[in-house]
Ligand binder design. Structure first.
Ligand code: GTP
Ligand code: SPV
Ligand code: MN
Length: 591
């Protein structure tokens, strides 16, 4: 068969590909159609080219393994740019560049960069086919690794051309690995043109342009103009024993538990009663007010790009099963029989491994076998608890929005906002310890408003304003909550068991949404009535531990308010007054 030869009829797509090819000068152009036959052909080619290795097919059918360049293992926020005519548009938390200058620089780097390579054209959908929220992207890339990942992460191929028709309303994404050199690495967004150009990387969020680039940075920009919201949120469904479904969205910063929470398995006593959790999405939500005055959300993605380390049959069995077939593993370690391994995987630590850099590894080695940001790319169809709603073009009505960060101190396990604007304030003032998902700063607490600091495509103060505006548009807005799974005791141990036990917190949240649980008011928000919060059956977790988890330490909170103010001062030009007043109110309640 002649793979890669089927061109679309859409003239705008043809023009985009032709003009890009004229600059980049590839040896050939490969048009992705999304078929199964094409998939087999591309994996064989990737193996032949040495880009991927076939894993042990008895243990991991359809699974492959790739290593990235050690200089290219995470998102690069310092090399990520938003290019708009006016610098003020992107605000003080984004890197700005003038579009003309950035285009000139990048076109210089693109000139002839695909000589000797294949230019792949990936048409893809962000969102279910036929949804009014769905967007089309065309990603041009010279990386077969990107092609194979995008075929999992998005609805890629002919389906996208069909949705697009003859329209020219699509995101134009251009990616080249160049020579994978940080000196020539740019992740550049041109929101006014709906264009993304990504150069010099071959890793995850830098190069799978549907994900952070289109779905969040460009998406948030489009959402503000079009009246919807693009958020760094998981989406899940909680089904009660009576069969009532509540849909919940949650924003946690990168590597802070979205994938885990989205696939949560309720503890035995909840499961026995009939509580069920199903997954709609694990990273991104697009939300728009529906005709009934509720906020409706879709997951624009079709796969999971999940953190491998720490994932095991106890912490996240559904992720393990999702990544048990037809999955690409990046930067994990390899066993002698070509199985995958990472820190925190089930079973004994193997005596001999090949580490993520390709070097021999033993348990005595000083370095980690898998990179802390090593990942699996798994089709969402593999998830045993995938919600059928994940493919519903109408999306799901959201009852609760949860914010949460990784905080060793200060922040309680669970609290509820007094109302929408207080909730927006809680999201806007969020802080979290930095993780391996981005280069630099590991462990430091930084403000990460709504988990969107690296992903808002315009001024963060205006983004808060958009949240407040949306609250006015939604007659029945979701209730807003804040959680912290990561509070530590004096010895530095996590106090809350987390993972499946987070069901207990989730149950309180949906009970609150359904008017079925009481709350007590504190200075920072509403909290469960201690005697009513279910800790029964938790090992070594007493009423005192719960009180410790929920404790509001006034001194810590005064410091917290000072830290919050750093971000608010930075944003002073556009920070909505409501948020300043919310902060003042909190300060006076604390004093
Ligand atoms: P991105 O894909 O980077 O956006 O991140 P994510 O939010 O999906 O992160 P993920 O769910 O993969 O989080 C991974 C990290 O969070 C691992 O280190 C987990 O062990 C840890 N984690 C997740 N849930 C919990 C929890 O309930 N308690 C504790 N202590 N750790 C958790
Ligand atoms: C994140 O860092 O938030 C991710 C992984 O979800 S990446 O796609 O690399 O951005
Ligand atoms: Mn993410």
């Amino acid at each position: 068969m002649n793979f890669g030869t089927t061109q679309p009829t859409n003239q705008a797509v043809l023009d985009f590909v032709r003009t890009t090819a004229e600059v980049t000068k590839p040896d050939q152009i490969f048009w992705i159609d999304g078929s199964e036959a094409e998939k087999a052909y591309l994996y064989d080619l990737a193996v032949k080219e040495g880009v991927l290795m076939k894993l042990n097919q008895e243990k991991l059918p359809g699974c492959y393994y790739g290593r990235s360049n050690p200089n290219d293992v995470a998102r690069v926020e310092n090399l990520t740019f938003i290019c708009t005519p006016r610098k003020e548009e992107v605000g003080p938390t984004n890197n700005w560049a003038a579009p003309a200058e950035m285009y000139a620089k990048l076109n210089g780097l693109l000139a002839g960069c695909m000589k000797g390579r294949t230019l792949y054209v990936i048409p893809y959908l962000m969102g279910p086919a036929g949804s009014p929220l769905t967007k089309v992207g065309i990603e041009i890339t010279d990386s077969i690794m990107v092609v194979l990942n995008m075929r999992i992460m998005t609805r890629a191929g002919a389906v996208a051309y069909k949705h697009l028709g003859e329209s020219n309303d699509f995101n134009r994404g251009t990616h080249s690995m160049l020579d994978i050199n940080p000196e020539r690495r740019y992740i550049a967004h041109f929101p006014h043109d709906n264009v993304v150009i990504s150069l010099g990387s071959n890793y995850g969020g830098n190069v799978l342009l549907g994900k952070k680039c289109l779905a969040l940075r460009i998406g948030s920009f489009l959402g503000r103009n079009e009246g919807w919201m693009a958020e760094h949120m998981l989406l899940l469904c909680v089904e009660s024993p009576e069969g009532k479904k509540n849909y919940v969205a949650a924003a946690f910063p990168s590597a802070c538990g979205k994938t885990n929470f989205a696939m949560l398995i309720p503890p035995a006593k909840y499961a026995e009663k009939g509580w069920k959790i199903t997954t709609i999405g694990d990273d991104i939500a697009w939300m728009r007010p529906g005709p009934d005055g509720r906020l409706y959300a879709i997951n624009p993605e079709a796969g999971y790009f999940g953190v491998a380390p720490g994932t095991n049959m106890k912490s996240n069995p559904n992720a393990m099963i999702s990544a048990s077939k037809d999955t690409i593993f990046t930067n994990v370690a390899l066993t002698e029989d070509l199985d995958v391994w990472w820190e925190g995987k089930d079973g004994p630590v193997p005596a001999k491994l090949t580490d993520w850099k390709g070097n021999p590894w033993t348990p005595d080695s000083k370095e980690k076998a898998a990179h802390p940001n090593s990942r699996f790319t798994a089709p969402m169809g593999n998830n045993p608890v995938l919600a059928p709603e994940a493919n519903d073009p109408h999306g799901v009505p959201i009852s609760a929005i949860i914010f949460g960060g990784r905080r060793a101190t200060t922040m309680p396990l669970i609290m509820e906002a007094f109302n929408w604007s207080h909730g927006v304030y809680i999201g806007a003032s969020m802080g979290s310890e930095m993780t391996a998902a981005a280069v630099g700063g590991l462990g430091q607490v930084r403000r990460d408003p709504m988990a969107m600091l690296p992903f808002a495509g315009y001024d963060m103060g205006e983004y808060f304003g958009h949240w407040l505006e949306m609250g006015k548009e939604i007659a029945n807005p979701p209730m807003i909550f804040n959680v912290n799974w990561f509070r530590k005791d004096k010895d530095g141990n996590f106090m809350w068991p987390g993972f499946g036990e987070n069901m207990r917190v989730l149950k309180w949240i949906v009970d609150r949404c359904n008017g079925a649980a009481k709350a007590v008011e504190t200075a920072v928000g509403r909290m469960p009535v201690a005697e009513e919060f279910d800790i029964e059956g938790l090992k070594d977790f007493t009423a005192e531990t719960f009180a410790e988890c929920q404790k509001i330490d006034k001194e810590e909170w005064k410091n917290e308010l000072l830290l919050q103010n750093e971000m608010f001062l930075k944003l002073y030009k556009t920070l909505p007054k409501e948020l300043v007043f919310e902060r003042e109110l909190l300060a006076s309640r604390l004093s």
